[in-house]
Design a protein around this ligand. Structure first.
Ligand SMILES: [Ca+2]
Ligand SMILES: [Ca+2]
Length: 68
């Protein structure tokens, strides 16, 4: 959990690009290669920007959306 917080902090500090694969691995608990709002809810920082990152508004963050 501590690691996840650090990764997310760096991710947000960098603006987006940093460690998106690590974020995906950490948060994608059902391994469908996308992060649902429910999966993101375990990370307060990501939850707060979820809607902003979900470019196509389908309720999931894909790796490409995390890169943007
Ligand atoms: Ca998932
Ligand atoms: Ca999406």
């Amino acid at each position: 959990m501590k690691t996840l917080i650090v990764i997310t902090g760096l991710f947000l500090a960098s603006g987006t690009v940093y460690a998106q694969e690590d974020l995906m691995d950490a948060l994608d608990t059902d391994n469908d290669d996308r992060i649902s709002l429910e999966e993101a809810s375990s990370d307060a920082a990501l939850s707060s920007v979820f809607a902003e990152l979900d470019i196509n508004k389908d309720g999931y963050l894909t790796a490409s959306e995390l890169e943007n």
